[in-house]
Design a protein around this ligand. Structure first.
Ligand code: DNO
Length: 355
């Protein structure tokens, strides 16, 4: 397993590559070309420039998170085929630069959703949190104001201002899309990009829906074991992989994470590993990576990844905001750095114990 950290690029991230370079065991970054819109093709020169910036700092681009899929592709809108053609061009350019893992999601309208971005925990750390009652009362039309007021002035991934500006139109696009149609659109997309992925040995790593149930009456299709059975059956090819995200799948305590890992096996192309604390069946908050700080058994998760011989890239996921750091909620340096050390410690112990 290669440990990585997500990095948003110069001008977007408060964390620098030189800081990341000093975290023991971190091999490279998971990044994206910020400033591109879903549906557009990524320019080869821009990919090269990003790669050079990262490599000059002594790190590697270990994967892209995300090449976002446009709503036209998700809803089979009039621009679908043009956008797929552009997506293929992007994959081709990434493939030419040796980038082999691409994370994406197929969530309608919103990427991940939280009701609070800075809930204070007993130790004074602040974390992202979710309360179903708050979400139920929220008017999606006013999400823009609520998210922007909570995001410390950073652009939140998946909550880019252009998207928030056109929420009404976006909801309209999905009014006739149920989960079967959305799933069919995913399969159409995967079949279209299969040749380019195979040519360049690119693994597509779909990110699960977060939280792992439908919200705002929008369909969700990647929520647990059954979704993966359906997905692997529909496109039974190694390029069709997943991002095993414990924090997203784990929003539903019924999801048996080690069981899902054992089922998905070599289809796990990328792993996000973090912990959550369940307060009730309608409320959870993000926790430190340490098992005892939350509700998950991080040892069991790392052991299952080891057992299925997961050899890809892994990253700690959202961190708490600690030690006075000011950063994009969930994406500060300090707590994610702590997460990398804890996960690597678990892994070293597992490996030595198994030998
Ligand atoms: C949130 C992230 C997601 C993820 C996308 C992948 O912090 O895990 O925004 O990057 O869903 O496309």
């Amino acid at each position: 397993m290669k440990m990585t950290l997500r990095w948003y690029g110069p001008g977007y991230d408060s964390v620098s590559l030189s800081q990341i370079r000093q975290i023991p065991g971190v091999h490279g970054v998971i990044t994206t070309l910020y400033g591109t819109n879903p549906g557009e093709a990524w320019d080869l020169e821009e990919i090269r420039a990003l790669k050079k910036t990262v490599e000059d700092a002594g790190l590697f681009i270990d994967g892209i998170e995300s090449v976002n899929v446009s709503d036209a592709i998700k809803t089979a809108g009039p621009d679908r085929d043009q956008h797929i053609e552009n997506y293929i061009k992007t994959l081709e350019n990434l493939g030419k630069e040796g980038i082999r893992v691409v994370c994406y999601n197929f969530m309608p309208v919103f990427d991940w959703t939280r009701s609070e971005l800075a809930r204070v925990r007993p130790d004074g750390a602040t974390v992202l949190a979710y309360n179903q009652d708050v979400i139920d009362k929220l008017d999606p039309d006013h999400m823009k104001e609520s998210i922007e007021s909570m995001s410390n002035g950073f652009v939140m991934p998946g909550w880019e201002p252009e998207r928030l500006d056109s929420l009404k139109d976006l909801f309209n696009l999905y009014k006739d899309i149920d989960s079967d149609i959305l799933f069919d659109n995913l399969v159409y997309f995967l079949k279209a990009i299969e040749p380019v992925c195979e040519k360049y040995d690119i693994r597509m790593a779909i990110h699960p829906d977060d939280p792992a149930w439908p919200i705002f009456n929008l369909p969700r299709i990647i929520t647990g074991l059954d979704s993966y059975k359906r997905l692997f059956e529909a496109v039974n090819k190694p390029f069709n992989g997943i991002t095993l995200c414990t924090g997203s799948l784990g929003t539903n305590p019924k999801n048996d994470l080690p069981g899902i890992i054992r089922f998905a096996g070599d289809r796990i192309a990328f792993a996000h590993v973090r912990n959550l604390k369940y307060n009730s069946d309608r409320d959870f908050e993000e926790a430190a990576h340490l098992s005892s700080d939350g509700s998950m058994d991080m040892y069991a998760i790392m052991k299952a990844l080891y057992d299925v011989k997961f050899d890809g890239h892994i990253r700690p996921d959202h961190g708490r905001m600690i030690w006075g750091e000011e950063a994009m909620p969930g994406y500060g340096l300090y707590d994610r750095a702590l997460g990398t050390q804890y996960l690597q410690g678990l892994l070293e112990a597992i490996e030595k114990n198994e030998r």
